[in-house]
Design a protein around this ligand. Structure first.
Ligand code: COA
Length: 321
């Protein structure tokens, strides 16, 4: 038994925040942001919740997969910015979609690697026979935890949702998944408040992403290089067996470094960071959906998905689409 992606969907909130808009908010410039990150704009919610964004993406993915909500017996929802402490965003999405079949629904928190973690988990549920058809979600409203007065972070992040429908099949779709973590890097990338730590700061609306960007950058590039090697070796594949790199969209320079390692021409790398910014757990499924819908990614092609994020966490998935 294997699992296969049979539908993708994506949703971005309507409001666009350009680099020129940011120039009016902090001491920065369009040119600096583009040169250092590749980002031109990002989408920002105006009150929409994370599960609301996810619902729109999920309905698109279900339509492409030719499935109804009741076909879904598992929802795994990767997010760092859930609607509520509980119920989970997965349960809220299940209700929004009107699913009443009692299938499992839970959230996964692995920050920017969240979608890869969720996909790896759903694949294991399907391979073991516990589930037949899953929604795997990455959705975020990071704008709520961005310090809009901190120029070193506020230029990077955006909101959005991406979803895939994963179904049990006889032929392999997900070829392998690889997920890792090293919890010793909290000081390089974190949100400075939560429920059982510094709750007062959260209540006062002062809980923000804090990052030592330069140091995160170096670890990300090295780690993503290693995960590419691990994934190819596990599948006995060479670099030129990969048709598409669908990376986490944090910074064009990190993406280019991974593409260089794979010796992949830029036209085989899906880039959305210029339009979306870093949407954390949503970035990989949003990039995948973009390239599936515009016809670049075709059935039968081999895709390498990879991500890196807070924790640190990192991971990859090799996929026959
Ligand atoms: N506009 C203008 N100048 C800025 C700026 C901004 N928005 N943000 C920082 N700067 C300044 C800094 O103050 C610094 O000035 P100084 O030299 O006078 O001290 C200078 O630009 C260089 O800062 P630095 O942090 O070294 O820049 P960088 O080349 O590392 O780029 C990031 C910064 C954040 C774009 C980059 O480090 C990065 O992308 N890191 C990884 C982030 C990431 O991927 N995080 C999520 C992981 S999932």
């Amino acid at each position: 038994m294997f699992s296969k992606i049979i539908g993708t969907g994506g949703y971005l909130p309507e409001k666009v925040l350009s680099n020129h808009d940011l120039e009016k908010m902090v001491d920065t410039s369009h040119q600096w942001i583009v040169e250092r990150t590749g980002i031109h704009q990002r989408h920002i919610t105006e009150g929409q919740t994370t599960s609301e964004l996810a619902e729109k993406a999920a309905r698109q993915a279900l339509e492409m997969a030719n499935k109804t909500p009741d076909d879904i017996d598992l929802i795994i929802f990767a997010t760092t910015t859930p609607d509520l402490v509980f119920p989970s965003s997965a349960c809220l999405l299940q209700r929004r979609l009107g699913i009443k079949n009692g299938g499992a629904a839970f959230d996964i928190q692995a920050v920017c690697t969240g979608f890869v973690y969720a996909l790896a988990t759903a694949d294991k549920f399907i391979r073991s026979g516990s589930s037949k058809c899953a929604l795997v979600v990455g959705a975020e409203t990071l704008s709520n935890i961005v310090d809009w007065s901190d120029r070193s972070t506020c230029i990077l992040f955006g909101d959005g949702a991406g979803v895939v429908v994963l179904e049990a099949t006889d032929e392999p779709g997900i070829l392998s998944t690889h997920i890792h973590a090293d919890g010793s890097y909290e000081d390089l990338l974190k949100v400075n408040a939560g429920i059982s730590q510094d709750y007062q700061r959260l209540k006062e609306g002062e809980a923000f992403i804090q990052m030592k960007g330069n140091e995160v950058f170096k670890v990300a590039v090295n780690t993503l290089g290693r995960i590419v090697d691990e994934t190819l070796a596990a599948n006995n594949m060479q670099r030129d067996d990969i048709d598409w790199l669908v990376p986490h969209q944090a910074n064009i320079r990190i993406i280019n470094a991974t593409a260089k390692k794979l010796k992949l021409p830029t036209e085989n790398v899906v880039v959305t960071v210029d339009q979306h910014g870093n949407t954390s757990g949503a970035s990989i499924p949003l990039a995948l959906d973009t390239a599936v819908r515009d016809g670049r990614i075709k059935k039968g092609e081999t895709l390498l998905l990879e991500g890196f994020g807070g924790g640190f966490t990192w991971g990859s998935a090799l996929i026959r689409f």
